[in-house]
Design a binder for this molecule. Structure first.
Ligand SMILES: [Zn+2]
Length: 70
């Protein structure tokens, strides 16, 4: 991997990280957000639900762990 590829990669991951943060904010605010892949509603699992906190769609293609924001 050369330097330019590395810069591009950092740009992409920063963008998707910001997208994830925006998505998390919407879901935690109680908005209905559909999965971009399958179109089912994304649901938040909170720590007191006794499972891994995160955002999950019905089919599992959206699967964002929330530990980095808690
Ligand atoms: Zn999905």
């Amino acid at each position: 991997m050369n330097e330019q590829q590395f810069k591009d990669l950092k740009k992409v991951s920063a963008k998707s990280f910001n997208d994830q943060k925006a998505l998390i904010k919407k879901v935690l605010a109680g908005r209905n957000v559909a999965c971009q892949h399958c179109g089912t509603q994304i649901k938040a699992v909170l720590p007191d639900d006794n499972s891994t906190p995160g955002l999950y769609c019905a089919k599992g293609c959206t699967n964002i762990a929330l530990d980095f924001v808690l």
